[in-house]
Design a protein around this ligand. Structure first.
Ligand code: NDP
Ligand code: MG
Length: 395
């Protein structure tokens, strides 16, 4: 029986993880649930899964939950979230928090859990901002990081049995999002509603917007670099609108391994729990005969700029050990996506402003977690100042 701590339990990945836990009662037990403020959803989860502890953001929610569930251990606030990650007893942390807020709990889980603890990592922002620290902390502690992001789970599976063999290329697939093939003119008029309709995946709002701008794929290039130690010059992006091939690895001898399947996050989440085993799911079969064609294209158009930004920040990291630009890219993006979702900026402002933030950023090496949060905060300020004081005042 694996004891699971679900961070981000009320979100898209978190709820799917809980459905897997519910289907495997003899293998998995949810012992800790953490969310931000969707307390009604958390209440239903407490009643269904009976965890020993929960973590929430607001003190008044914590007071209410303590009153409603005597015996439940309730953590609260940012410090409470980290304390829960550190103090609780569990075997697997599923980190499905959104944003850089997921970084500190990951580090706390690694430091406290040591050998034998698994971090099932959906929160890609953990690696984008703290990849160097997280990977070395996990290696020192003997903790396993198992990716949940579908492309990285695919790569993880393609690497299996090939330890020590040289990689020619990693090919990350991208659906291309809802605006694939749009001209820059047409992108100027897209709405929040348009951006939130993803052709193949149903996900949280932030990652859905990131998929539309292709910033998500940029973050995934960085995520793959840290997970697998492959230089970013060997990581390519292929636009694959059907989302059936989840990613590919090409070896030195020319052999290419790929992982395919119906696009459903249940598969990578379940695998992060079951690895190295596979457990049955009810995910649909792929029907290659009815599909007939799998299409692959080069990334093109405006959103290609998001990939270029990821390569640019990783050149700073790989050539000079300067990781701050990736942190700035991520922090600025988080704030810009929020502004877009709140109707304060246009879709095209996201990529334009990210480029301006990077142009004005002096990249440097990073000292530790406090430094990461400081660079993140400055990048948010920088993004806000570029979009204009008036909109900042409205926040
Ligand atoms: P959602 O927005 O659906 O869910 C986010 C979860 O995190 C919610 O439970 C939310 O709580 C909680 N949360 C947010 N901020 C905080 C905070 N500061 N402290 C504590 N809890 C917090 O996101 P997704 O599930 O879509 O994505 C989660 C992560 O997984 C992201 O990093 C994303 O990039 C990655 N990912 C997601 C995929 C998907 O299919 N959705 C696919 C691949 C990767 P509350 O509900 O209370 O706000
Ligand atoms: Mg992905």
């Amino acid at each position: 029986m694996k004891r699971v701590a679900v961070f981000g339990s009320t979100g898209s990945v978190g709820t799917q993880a809980l459905s897997i836990i519910a289907s495997n009662p003899r293998r998995l037990k949810a012992v800790l649930l953490a969310c931000r403020s969707r307390i009604d959803a958390l209440r239903r989860q407490i009643e269904q899964f009976r965890p020993s502890s929960v973590a929430v953001e607001r003190p008044d929610d914590a007071v209410t939950l303590r009153r409603e569930y005597p015996g439940l251990n309730v953590y609260c606030g940012k410090d409470g979230l980290n304390e829960a990650a550190q103090a609780e007893q569990y075997d697997v942390m599923l980190n499905a928090i959104v944003g850089v807020a997921g970084l500190e709990p990951t580090l706390a889980a690694i430091a406290a859990g040591g050998r034998g603890r698994t971090i099932a990592l959906a929160n890609k922002e953990t690696l984008v901002t703290g990849g160097r620290f997280v990977m070395s902390a996990a290696a020192d502690a003997g903790a396993a990081i198992v990716p949940v992001d579908s492309e990285h789970s695919a790569i993880f599976q393609c690497l299996m049995g090939n330890e020590g063999n040289a990689i020619r290329r990693i090919m990350l697939t991208a659906s291309g999002g809802p605006f694939r093939g749009y001209s820059s003119e047409r992108l100027r008029t897209v709405t929040v509603g348009d951006a939130l309709i993803h052709p193949n995946w149903k996900m949280g709002r932030k990652i859905t917007v990131d998929s539309a701008t292709m910033v998500n794929k940029g973050l995934e290039i960085i995520e793959a670099k840290w997970l697998y130690g492959v230089e970013t010059s060997k990581i390519e992006v292929l636009v694959h609108p059907q989302s059936i091939v989840h990613s590919l690895v090409e070896y030195e001898d020319g052999a290419v391994m790929a992982q395919l399947g119906f696009p459903d996050m249940i598969v990578p989440i379940s695998y992060a729990f079951s690895y190295p085993e596979r457990w049955a799911t009810d995910v649909r079969n792929i029907d290659l005969i009815s599909l007939r064609t799998l299409q692959f294209d080069e990334p093109a158009g405006e959103t290609r700029r998001s990939l270029d930004m990821a390569y640019r920040v990783m050149r700073e990291s790989e050539e000079g050990g300067r990781d701050s630009a990736a942190i700035a890219l991520n922090g600025a993006n988080e704030v810009l996506v929020r502004l877009f979702l709140d109707g304060r900026i246009a879709f095209v402002d996201i990529i334009d402003t990210l480029e301006r933030v990077l142009d004005s950023h002096n990249s440097r090496s990073v000292k530790g977690i406090d430094d990461i949060m400081d660079i993140d905060g400055r990048a948010r300020e920088s993004a806000l100042s570029f979009v204009g004081r008036r909109r900042v005042a409205l926040l």
